[in-house]
Design a protein around this ligand. Structure first.
Ligand SMILES: [Zn+2]
Length: 72
C-alpha cells in the first residue's frame, strides 16, 4: 500500500481527499505511524473523533482539526 509522510503543508492538506481516493496511507511526521484521517461523517463516526488528522499511536502527539466541509 502506498504511503506518504504527512508534512503539514497546505499543499498536502488540500490533497487529503485525493489521497483517500487513491488509497494512500498517510504517516505521522514524527513517529511514522499511520495517521487517522477523519474528514467525512463516516470516518468521524467510526473513530469517534472531531474532523481532522490524528496520529494513531499517540493521539495527543500529532493532530490537526478541520472544519467539516460540505460535500460539493
Ligand atoms: Zn506519531
Amino acid at each position: 500500500m502506498p504511503t506518504l509522510v504527512y508534512d503539514e503543508t497546505s499543499a498536502m492538506r488540500n490533497n487529503l481527499e485525493e489521497y483517500a481516493k487513491e488509497g494512500i496511507t498517510l504517516l505521522c511526521p514524527r513517529c511514522k505511524s499511520e495517521l487517522i484521517v477523519a474528514l467525512d461523517v463516516e470516518s468521524i463516526r467510526k473513530h469517534q473523533v472531531h474532523p481532522g488528522i490524528y496520529c494513531s499511536k499517540y493521539p495527543n502527539h500529532f493532530f490537526e482539526m478541520f472544519e467539516i466541509r460540505r460535500p460539493s
